[in-house]
Design a protein around this ligand. Structure first.
Ligand SMILES: [Zn+2]
Length: 59
């Protein structure tokens, strides 16, 4: 649906299971140039623009 970060040369999507909610996965988008997480599918990021635990684990 959202194709803005689908450039596979620059970004990698990593699924990380939530430690708080079993069976819930964070789809973290990692910028391969900087090695940092730039986006996540979860509510923390998509609604609050707060880095979640999964995003922080990538930095
Ligand atoms: Zn997340």
């Amino acid at each position: 649906m959202d194709n803005s970060v689908q450039d596979s040369d620059k970004y990698e999507t990593i699924s990380i299971e939530s430690k708080i909610r079993e069976g819930v996965f964070h789809k973290v988008v990692k910028d391969l140039e900087t090695g940092k997480a730039v986006s996540c599918s979860c509510k923390c990021w998509s609604k609050g623009k707060k880095q979640c635990a999964a995003m922080r684990s990538i930095d």
